[in-house]
Design a protein around this ligand. Structure first.
Ligand code: ADP
Length: 291
């Protein structure tokens, strides 16, 4: 981390973001405004085509700097506009992990993969060694240090990409469906890591289909629909309320669907722990109606 950030600092502010990809007719984002405090973990969810990946690109500064299209509005990362940014400016502040790990691998070995980005930033060798050791530690990649990243499993490749981005120690980490190539254990490990990073002050944005995991780990969830923010707030507020349509019930975590079927009032519990609290007394043996 280049300099200490005071607690309560605003990490990201988006104001009325509109974006249309070059050649496209429709806006991918249509008036998105939101802000994030430093150290927050925000999950982005919504149907396919809603604009989640595009929003991730805006929050990581890739749009408007490196993606062609028509951009309106303003993105501030730690108070600085991302308009006109160069990649060196971005690397200091924000790291991005894309869906497809292969597209982000360059090194001949895992070690080289981690060292390359740091050498490009002209860090002293001692600091490079320390950062690589830390990134290997948190992503559990020691065993494959000498291997080619291309010889690894999908989950391991994803971890190499994440380790490479973490080694740069960005203040903001944006991940676009990073768990799609991970097995359940790998997913759990990644979420534990992200939670730890957020507690240590890194601002984390994650596009994710697995709403059960977001319900458990995110501070807030942003529900996108048709390029707009349909809802944003704590997981129970956003994921614990069915949308207007009947299909809207399907987007709820399973424990919330159960609460819905039992006829409880929304917002429904969205984690197993909370569901156990809310539903526990209903299920206790020997309970009779009117208890
Ligand atoms: P999501 O991640 O929610 O599936 P995206 O952000 O990928 O949504 O896409 C939002 C809209 O932008 C969609 O209508 C999609 O077809 C369009 N889109 C995405 N990428 C491009 C691109 N490179 N060129 C043109 N249109 C795109």
């Amino acid at each position: 981390m280049s300099e200490p950030i005071p607690p309560g600092t605003e990490a990201i502010r988006l104001t009325d973001i509109r974006f249309r990809y070059r050649g496209a007719e429709e806006l991918a984002l249509d008036g998105v405004s939101l802000s994030m405090q430093q150290g927050e973990l925000l999950g982005i969810v919504g149907p396919s085509g809603a604009g989640k990946s595009t929003l991730a690109l805006v929050m990581s500064g890739q749009i408007p700097a490196f993606v062609e299209g028509a951009f309106g509005g303003e993105t501030l990362l730690f108070g600085r506009t991302t308009r006109g940014w160069r990649s060196a400016d971005l690397a200091e502040i924000v790291g991005m992990v894309y869906q497809d790990p292969e597209a982000q691998l360059y090194g001949l070995t895992v070690e080289e993969e981690l060292v390359l980005g740091l050498e490009n930033r002209c860090l002293p060798p001692e600091e490079i060694r320390e950062r690589v050791a830390w990134a290997l530690d948190v992503t559990r990649l020691h065993d494959v240090l000498e291997k080619s990243p291309y010889a690894l499993s999908g989950g391991q490749k994803q971890r190499v990409v994440i380790a490479g981005v973490l080694a740069l120690q960005p203040r903001i980490l944006v991940l676009d469906e990073p768990t799609s190539a991970l097995d359940p254990r790998g997913k759990s490990a990644l979420y534990e890591l992200l939670t730890t990073l957020a507690r240590s002050g890194v601002t984390v944005v994650i596009v994710e289909h697995d709403i059960e995991r977001l319900a458990r780990h995110a501070d807030r969830v942003c529900w996108l629909e048709d390029g707009r923010v349909a809802a944003i707030g704590p997981p129970e507020e956003v994921l614990g309320r069915p949308a207007e349509s009947a299909v809207g019930v399907l987007r709820l975590p399973q424990v919330a669907q159960l609460a819905h079927r039992l006829g409880l009032a929304a917002p429904y519990p969205v984690t197993v722990e909370r569901a156990a609290e809310v539903l526990g007394h209903r299920l206790r043996p020997g309970r009779v109606e009117g208890d």
